[in-house]
Design a binder for this molecule. Structure first.
Ligand code: NAD
Length: 441
């Protein structure tokens, strides 16, 4: 850490105490982690070294700024070591000399539930890529420690987590910490070009969004695992970790409507269930959801997501306005007679995952405060959680009541021998929501 930053940090600490004493208004608080020039190394810590964490770390290292990965944290040492091996391997390096940007000796590789607490202080920027249940805890800590942040979507799995993220997002803004959330369509050329032209379809009155495909991996229970370890390894199928696939994947498409609409739904109702994914290895989540979200102006978002092998696949959005239609995946705009009025040239498409990091690290290197994605990330996550509440309960769910419900589905204790909040019966099956009977989850 260079002197500038030390000065910045000292200044920050001084200002914090003034604020605590009511002597300085919080909005004037300045961030300690601005960089004064290209010679400053931006230090990165990776929290959650799985598939996405490995990709995000590499994208951060390829961002063309003077960056160094200095710490890694994961719940499991095998996941961390695999990630380390991958990012330091020759094949992956591909002539980019990534190895020179990786300085994570064993003493800076941390494992266990509290690994994040050891890695975060060592960095200027943290990458949060664990399963989403942990995001509020990790985001809160990173903001507390004045770090810039890249965090994956979703940003929580329950309303209590959403509140924590929204509160920390406010503080991050006051501290001028850049926060990018991995809703990558917002960093993708085609979607940005559509967004620029959204007025061509007039006022958006309805939308259809889809995430229909075969589903994802399963990690079966292994002999000797505690219940906590099993759920952590097979996290996709437990709501406290994943939020169900309406939250974990379909958030991308729901977020497109929220982004283009410039708001969030006020209520939702829907239906869903488990038609084919019934085995105990599928934990407690559904395999399909269909939700009708209603916005304050009466416009409707029809959202469908399905994880059923052998059915048609579609991951897409169609936004319908008073004067035309936007097709997200095709990147096309048509007028209300069906005539094409804009088509994005797919040759100009970028890699949005890389762009998230290019833009974030360029802003940090220049000392700019440019990104505060946490609020919209939290509100789109909340939209998807509201959808899950609607399909699980079969009831009408209202935004204000849901977000203020205080519903908290996280464990009270994080320990390999502690019991997770949802437990199997004697045959290994987990309780599944039953519409009409389940109140909320
Ligand atoms: N934007 C996208 O398109 C995209 C794509 C893939 C994944 N993701 C998101 O990235 C996140 C991770 O997904 P993934 O596919 O990499 O999963 P993964 O299972 O491959 O990786 C998650 C890692 O986090 C670790 N972990 C779990 N709890 C932890 C804790 N408390 N502290 C530290 N480490 C912990 C796990 O051991 C694992 O190594 C999810 O939120 C997912 O939705 C986003």
């Amino acid at each position: 850490m260079d002197n500038n930053q030390n000065n910045g940090r000292r200044e920050f600490v001084k200002q914090s105490s003034l604020i605590a004493g009511g002597l300085l208004a919080a909005p004037f608080l300045s961030n300690a982690n601005f960089f004064s020039g290209a010679e400053d190394t931006i230090k990165i810590a990776l929290i959650g070294c799985g598939g996405r964490g490995t990709g995000a770390a590499m994208q951060a290292l390829l961002s063309k700024q003077n960056v160094k990965l200095v710490a890694m944290a994961d719940a499991f040492s095998d996941r961390l070591e695999n990630c380390y091996k991958t990012i330091t391997s020759k094949d992956v390096d591909d002539g980019n000399n990534l190895k020179a940007k990786i300085d994570v000796p064993e003493e800076r590789r941390f494992t266990g539930f509290d690994a994040y607490l050891k890695a975060i202080p060592l960095a200027d920027v943290v990458i949060l890529t664990t399963p989403p249940g942990f995001r509020p805890i990790h985001f809160e800590e990173a903001v507390k420690q004045n770090k810039h942040i890249f965090m994956e979507k979703p940003v929580a799995t329950d309303p209590a987590g959403i509140k924590r993220v929204l509160d920390a997002a406010e503080i991050a803004k006051q501290k001028k910490l850049n926060v990018v959330v991995g809703l990558q369509r917002r960093y993708q050329n085609s979607y940005r070009e559509l967004y620029k032209r959204k007025d061509q379809i007039g006022d958006i009155t309805s939308a259809q969004v889809w995430w229909n495909n075969d589903g994802v991996w399963v990690n079966k229970r292994k002999y000797g695992q505690t219940e906590m370890e099993y759920q952590m390894r097979n996290w996709y199928y437990f709501n406290w970790l994943c939020g169900d696939h309406i939250t974990e994947q379909h958030i991308h498409n729901i977020d497109v409507m929220n982004w283009f609409k410039g708001g969030y739904p006020v209520k939702a109702q829907g239906m869903g269930g488990r038609q084919v994914r019934k085995g105990k290895e599928y934990g407690e989540i559904f395999d399909h959801h269909y939700v009708e979200f209603v916005y304050a102006d009466g416009s409707i978002l029809n959202s469908q997501c399905r994880h059923i092998p052998g059915t048609i696949s579609r991951v897409d959005e169609m936004l319908v306005g008073t004067k035309g239609v936007i097709h997200g995946d095709d990147a096309v705009i048509k007028d209300s007679k069906g005539k094409e009025i804009f088509r994005f040239d797919k040759k100009k498409e970028n890699n949005p995952y890389q762009n998230e990091h290019d833009e974030l690290f360029a802003a940090i290197a220049k000392g700019e405060f440019k990104f505060s994605d946490a609020e919209n990330g939290a509100k789109s996550t909340m939209t998807s959680i509201m959808g899950r509440m609607a399909t699980y309960s079969g009831q009408l769910i209202e935004w204000d009541k849901a977000i203020n419900s205080g519903i908290d589905i996280m464990p009270k204790k994080f320990d390999w021998n502690a019991l997770p909040p949802v437990l199997p019966d004697d045959d290994g099956y987990y309780p599944i929501a039953v519409p009409g009977k389940t109140k909320y989850i």
